[in-house]
Write a protein that binds this ligand. Sequence first.
Ligand code: PRX
Length: 653
Amino acid sequence: MTDLHSSLDRHIEDLLDVPSFPPPAAFVRQAVVTDDGVFDAAADAEEWWSEQARTRIDWATPFRTGCNDSNPPFFTWFEDGTLNASYNCLDRHVEAGRGDRVAFHWHGEEGEQRTITYAELLADVQRLANALRERGVRKGDVVGIYLPMIPEVVVAMLACARIGAPHTVVFGGFAPSSVAERLEVSNAVALITVDGARRKGRTTPTKAAVDDAIADLSDLHTVVVVRATGVTCPMTDGRDVFYDAALAAADPVCPADPMPAEHPLFLLYSSGSTAKPKGIVHTTGGYLTGVATTHSLVFDLKPDTDVFWCTADVGWITGHSYIVYGPLANGATSVMFEGAPDYPDKDIWWELIERYGVTIFYTAPTAIRACMKWGSEYPARHDLSSLRLLGTVGEPINPKAWVWYHTVIGGGRCPIVDTWWQTETGAIMISTLPGLQPAKPGSAGLPLPGVRAALLTPSGEDAGDDPGYLVLTAPWPAMLRTLHGDDQRYVETYFSTFGPRTYVVGDSARRDRDGYISIIGRIDDVINVSGHRLSTAEVESALVSHAAVAEAAAIGVHDELTGQAIVAFVTLRAGVESSAELEATLREHVAQRIGKLARPQRMIFVADLPKTRSGKIMRRLIRDVAEGRELGDVTTLGDPTVMAALQAQVVRP
Ligand code: PRX
């Protein structure tokens, strides 16, 4: 065993020197795209996307207009067409005789299995859509969804889509107060939630926890509660109804209502550089075109034979696009897993790949690093030979984790697609096409057909070989349309630096001689913890809401496992003493206010924070101190003695 492992380690070390991995011949022979004619075909991006929209999506009214760019940065796509997203994800497959195809192999935490076909999904979606309508949910009304990874979350999203009620899914790991905040700012009229959620053998009472937080929401007239665990939950007469009772009482037929292509399909709140989350708005026709196209091209999808598994939570954009809308629009079969990767044991993912014959596996670098740390013996317990393609998303992947993934999980035969995109882009934008282009560990690859990207200097010149701001220079169908209720913030956040036709991503990146783009990191105050996006301002505002705290500065520091980790520098109010208990209290306070994922890894109590003369906290200097670097430019510092004191207080862990 030891010999085996050391030879594996040696093999991985050797592969670290390999700069590029061409697609294996066996993969190329069967691949969807093997010819770079696809890039020629996309020379006219608008025409190419229109062609994808016509061929991959069913329209109730065909569109005549591709992109309307007459009012940048407010672009529209296919605006004179109408369609229904749930029709495209369900009805058309059932009508084509594929109702018995498995949409999801659902696997519960305790090993329960449910097989859900397209026909079954359609039946439940129609009933829930009718139940929502009967309770007064109308086209355009926002519906909140706060559910764990259970099949009902898909039913909920598609039922909303069916009646034109934009959904806003809140990740189950967010705290009830974050749920309430999102429901309030989106004026949600209904919430679909659950009695309790399971996590590693423990059940938390979700409905009871969320009840207080939502009590004062004046627009919220309906709460639908899925009975998933049987924990008792309070129900408010007239407002709350159990999901199963609502479905049983509802009319089984609910024809899909065609929506204008630009009708909002969903809002998804994401962290920006202020404490207020951004309500990213996606619309129907363009989004569906983007996710269906990329799911097919990037994942080399053969819907009749593939079993696709995206391990993301449905509460993030990755789950929206590559668990729900992309795979279902394409008529694919997916695995959906309720639990954590290490429960009941650290081999559960590999067990599920073997059990369901997963062919395409899509996960995050942070998860790959955790699996690598747990050891190759866990995947070695299972037959992973069904896999033919691997993917990653959410953060840069370090070459060592890439090579481990390629060797240990992919058996050296599976290409890896490193997919770069964002909540805002809706769909994958930069990746290799796995049957056509070599993969380079650590680099996402090239802009996909129909995507135009550039790297610019701060003054807008081409950055050449140097790192630059990543920008997207042409509109694409799955792009966000605005921020909910805040057109001005939309323009300022994404289009104020280089004008209304140049979308500023917020990442810095560099490009190699072959045009491959490697992401370096964020250029704003957004932190990426385990592929989850958080804003420093949100963490700071949670900290200063505690009575003991005077000021706080949160920063992201490099972390071997999670990519980045949050370190919070805190000054206390006069008379408050720092202590280990206070640190624990404050960490918990942040978890309560935002969610566990925002809990700082480390808290450092300081007498003062470095500030500019105008009083702005100099995060860059704090980051230098926290990561033990030489201090950068300190000339703008208001009180230079602060840094010496700060450095003295920061003892590296
Ligand atoms: O910084 C980039 C990083 O994640 C950011 C987007 O975060 P979010 O909207 O939460 O969406 C994550 C899942 C799509 C990006 O601005 N990011 C995403 N994918 C990659 C990445 N960084 C490097 N490589 C990637 N493949």
